[in-house]
Design a protein around this ligand. Structure first.
Ligand SMILES: [Zn+2]
Length: 155
């Protein structure tokens, strides 16, 4: 499939999801023009605020392939991702992202994630989410154990 055909599939998924009661978002993960996995927004159906189309597609792909590393794969998403999904795309090490709608289009229909992008610019103490460091020395014990472990799977 061409990149346009792959994007058209992501868009089709987003439209089908609206008809099925979900949000207007779909995503496809592909390699060499072949679809490996798809995802749609399932936030309300699963009562899962992290079940965005991109995260759902990444979970489906990694589960199917048995790896946490999607190097060599591309993601086609019907809309420019929110900060969570963009982070997930980086963590999954996808090679390239294509998107259809942009975040302004999403904002115009009530999906405004710009406040999260704005929050990222601020120091933790200045964010809307009250945050404070707690039990730092105790928490560091797990990091020390990780640093000393010789047979870990680095990711
Ligand atoms: Zn998202």
């Amino acid at each position: 499939m061409t990149k346009e055909e792959l994007m058209r599939k992501a868009i089709e998924l987003s439209k089908e999801n609206v008809a099925n009661g979900g949000g207007p978002f779909g995503a496809v993960i592909a390699k060499d023009g072949e679809i490996i996995a798809t995802g749609v927004n399932r936030v309300t159906a699963l009562c899962d605020p992290t079940a965005h189309a991109e995260v759902s597609a990444i979970r489906a792909a990694t589960s199917q392939l048995g790896t946490f590393d999607l190097s060599g794969y591309e993601i086609y998403t019907s809309c420019e991702p929110c900060p969570m999904c963009l982070g997930a795309i980086y963590w999954a090490r996808l090679d390239k992202m294509y998107y259809g709608n942009n975040k302004t289009d999403a904002k115009n229909i009530g999906f405004d994630d710009s406040f999260i992008y704005d929050e990222l610019e601020l120091k933790p103490a200045d964010r809307k989410l009250p945050s404070e460091i707690l039990l730092h020395k105790e928490a560091l014990k797990a990091f020390e154990a990780w640093s000393q472990k010789t047979d870990k799977v680095v990711y």
